[in-house]
Design a binder for this molecule. Structure first.
Ligand code: KG4
Ligand code: ZN
Length: 340
């Protein structure tokens, strides 16, 4: 095999059009992200139809920018990687059609990547991390506690039974008037609040269970706000944000640490948009330090959706010989470990 493997990766599963050029599954030569947040803001969330249309407009300029920034041409690319699920079907199809067209025209291999596998793989960029490890994936659409047994080999230990953690952050943010996407805003204003001021519920579910539930804490916040309004009491948004964040982070940290003990694994990797949360990073750091566990998390830019993480995940598939055909389709509810 060639010494250097250069992969062009495309990510368009939600509201970011991103293209990256990644060398040897580690070196990010470029990672261009065109965010549509401003377009969706006024609707309070991502509008799928608008997302698809915007991806179509963005994809070619983003590809050109990624090539230029990496100082490479199409001829230098060894394979084309693309997110094929899970995500919004119309949005995924834009990236997939583009990836197939490029792979076909250049006669280069096509590698489809699972979006969550990408989030987990973001940890390989800045750290010398190797499986096995436990990954806590916390994003806007997913909350998975995963035993990463090897590259591309995942055992899902637990998942959310209702809202994803990022979704709960966004809904609570909306209820206290912070706008979309609320996660980073809750993170910011919590620093000025008292996290012990309101005792929101922690859902641990059945004994020994790795699943999560965030709809209860979200409803508790909404009820608390309604009660304050009925009593004509002022609400302190900083205290609500900090107390909500504290309740959510406590459950995530405790379940992750439990998994490391149960499986005898001393490495934890946080992944997904909410892994950018400063309270989660801080509490996970403290807990891991106490237990002698090695913790990694990506820089914020590699936590939220980006194509570099897709290029990293694809590299490990590329070296194993995984290739996809031109009939690869977008799978909106693709399961982790479900390779086709
Ligand atoms: O991974 P991601 O970019 O997209 C999905 O695959 O879902 O995650 C986006 C989610 C949003 O819900 C956003 O509010 C949340 O990540 N998020 C945060 C922070 N930064 C992004 N939540 C809490 N604190 C943050 N600092
Ligand atoms: Zn994501």
């Amino acid at each position: 095999m060639k010494d250097n493997v250069v992969i062009m990766a495309i990510e368009s599963s939600c509201d970011e059009t991103s293209v990256a050029i990644v060398k040897n599954g580690k070196y990010v030569l470029s990672n261009v992200i065109s965010s549509q947040i401003n377009l969706h803001k006024k609707f309070g969330g991502v509008v799928p139809e608008i997302a698809s249309r915007k991806h179509i407009e963005n994809i070619d300029p983003v590809i050109n920018e990624a090539l230029e920034e990496a100082n490479v041409t199409f001829n230098d690319i060894d394979a084309i990687a693309v997110t094929y699920g899970p995500g919004l079907v119309g949005a995924l199809l834009v990236g997939l059609a583009e990836a197939k067209a490029i792979a076909f025209a250049l006669n280069k291999p096509l590698i489809g990547v699972h979006h969550i596998e990408g989030h987990i793989s973001a940890n390989y960029i800045e750290h010398d991390l190797e499986p096995p490890f436990i990954s806590m994936v916390v994003s806007g659409g997913h909350t998975h506690l995963v035993n990463v047994k090897n590259y591309g080999e995942y055992e899902i230990l637990g998942r959310t039974r209702d809202d994803a953690v990022g979704e709960a952050f966004d809904k609570v943010a909306r209820a206290i008037g912070l706008g979309y996407p609320g996660g980073p805003k809750i993170d910011r204003i919590s620093k000025d609040g008292d996290e012990e001021s309101i005792d929101f519920p922690r859902a641990y579910l059945e004994e020994g269970c790795y699943d999560f539930s965030f709809s209860g804490v979200k409803s508790a916040v909404l009820n608390y706000i309604n009660q304050c309004n009925m009593k004509e009491q002022d609400i302190n948004v900083e205290n609500i944000a900090a107390s909500f964040q504290n309740a959510v982070v406590e459950v995530i940290v405790n379940k992750t640490i439990k998994a490391t003990k149960d499986f005898g694994i001393n490495k934890v990797a946080l992944a997904g948009g909410v892994a950018a949360n400063s309270k989660l990073r801080e509490e996970m750091k403290k807990a891991c330090h106490k237990e002698g566990i090695l913790l990694t998390y990506p820089s914020p830019v590699y936590c939220t959706d980006n194509a570099a993480m897709i290029g990293v995940a694809a590299y490990h598939e590329f070296v194993k010989g995984v290739r996809h055909n031109m009939d690869l389709n977008a799978i909106p509810n693709l399961q982790l470990g479900n390779r086709i």
